[in-house]
Write a protein that binds this ligand. Structure first.
Ligand code: UD1
Length: 418
């Protein structure tokens, strides 16, 4: 077991650079399969989710080389269409492999990905969309067996703007015959990044970032060299780390537009935030103010991936804050852990009421999911005394050596193997 040991109450200072977005990289790695030419990706952090996605690509025949934050993918010898179970269980978002493998091989087999730490996470919208493109899907013994001798463009209306479903449909439609229109599509920046990547290898995707995306299928794709957009959730995490500790730091390689909803909340709490040339400077007050009501929504709304992090900050703000989690049904697992650290939080269904306390106390707590785990680390930075965060493999799925990044800003945190 690996854990973080944190001694709190240290101020942070200095500058930290954000790398490429995990949630862009995963679908873009899948999209590399559309081509049989070499793809070079830049600015990739070392994350367990990315390593696992790399293993999936290798298991079906891709050759991959990693040189620091650059990855070179040669998909010319892909021969297999069966995505091994063990990785799908490890990394739920590997479901985006389905659209990509179908585009490349015209068939695919994948385990039905079950629920995860933050809820049920159904894939009905992915499957409905793929069926409309002509994919025949049979579900048996926990496997999805998919065949599409011919993928054909279709007019698809999503019941809900699911990020993963939008990505899967874009991937399959990119190699379909004719035009696909996705209505009520997800508008997340990572969808735009996927569009830009696919277009850079010769695809024809338009409209990402709006709720209608049009894809003209093409027969041949090229190689490319591509730099991933900065991770807006990692940027948000550092900003909240500064806010909760009353610090002043600079976060660089940030697309300010992508973090608008986060910045609005931090300003409401009393932080002063300025930006120029892709860098964001945050100056935090001695005591944060409560934020009346935060509701998670699809982009450009406040991201569910920041909910736990914001909550950890609000535990020490002056006054009462309310958070409504609209996206995932089981995303309050950090609450009992924050309460162990002295927070005053009540939850009912998807609503959490946070009564700010003057300070937190170090405790032994458990990370049960990625962002919830990071939220506990931030609480530990603020807390008096020592905090131990157990099960940090969840955190390593989405943060590259979080302890080294926070230490470079002056935090007292170490990784301990036991
Ligand atoms: C992606 C992100 C995740 C983020 C989430 C919401 C990646 C790798 N992960 O996850 O970090 O928290 O977006 O911003 O990019 N739903 C259905 N049926 C479906 C698909 C989804 O009902 O077929 C529901 C889900 O249960 C959930 C909501 O739609 O309530 C949002 O899910 P979705 O946008 O699909 O999230 P992911 O793509 O899984």
């Amino acid at each position: 077991m690996t854990r973080f040991k944190i001694r709190g109450e240290q101020k942070l200072s200095g500058e930290i650079r954000v790398k490429g977005a995990k949630n862009s990289i995963l679908p873009i790695l899948a999209a590399a399969l559309l081509s049989d030419k070499t793809v070079v990706l830049h600015d990739l952090p070392y994350l367990i989710d990315i390593e696992n996605m790399m293993l999936i690509l290798q298991s079906i025949g891709c050759k991959i080389k990693r040189e620091g934050s650059t990855m070179i993918i040669d998909p010319s010898s892909v021969t297999d269409h069966v995505i091994p179970d063990r990785y799908v269980k490890e990394i739920r978002s590997s479901i985006v492999m389905l659209g990509a493998v179908l585009a490349r091989m015209k068939k695919a087999v994948i385990t039905y990905p079950g629920g995860c730490e933050i809820g049920q996470r159904p894939i009905n919208l992915h499957l409905q969309g793929l069926r409309q493109l002509g994919v025949v899907i049979s579900e048996s013994h926990g496997y999805l067996e998919c065949e599409a001798p011919r993928l054909t463009g279709a007019d698809i209306h999503l019941d809900y703007p699911s990020v993963g479903a939008t990505e899967n449909i874009i991937l399959a439609a990119s190699a379909a015959e004719g035009r696909t229109i996705i209505r009520n599509a997800a508008k997340e920046p990572e969808i735009i990044d996927l569009q830009n990547f696919i277009n850079s290898i010769g695809g024809r995707v338009h409209g990402a970032g709006s709720n209608t995306i049009t894809i003209e299928g093409v027969k041949r794709f090229n190689g490319t060299e591509y730099t991933i957009i900065p991770d807006r959730i990692v940027a948000g995490t550092y900003l909240v780390a500064a806010a909760i500790t009353g610090s002043e730091i600079t976060v660089s390689n940030v697309n300010f537009e992508h973090i608008q909803s986060i910045v609005t909340k931090l300003r409401e709490a009393g932080c002063i935030i300025t930006h120029s040339n892709g860098s964001v400077r945050i100056k935090s007050p001695q005591r944060l103010r409560a934020i009346e009501h935060t509701k998670t929504y699809p982009y450009p709304g406040f991201p569910t991936d920041m909910q736990a992090l914001l909550m950890s900050m609000l535990t020490v703000a002056k006054g009462t804050s309310i958070i409504t989690e609209n996206i995932f049904e089981n995303r309050f697992k950090h609450v009992p852990e924050l309460i162990r650290m002295g927070a005053n939080i009540r939850t009912e269904g998807k609503i959490a009421v946070i009564q700010g306390v003057p300070g937190l106390k170090g405790a032994r707590v458990n990370a049960s999911d990625l962002r919830g785990g990071a939220a506990l680390v931030l609480a530990g930075l603020k807390a008096e005394g020592e905090t131990i965060v157990d099960d940090i493999h969840h955190i390593d799925r989405g943060y590259e050596k979080l302890e080294e990044s926070l230490r470079s800003l002056g935090a007292d945190i170490e990784r301990v193997e036991v």
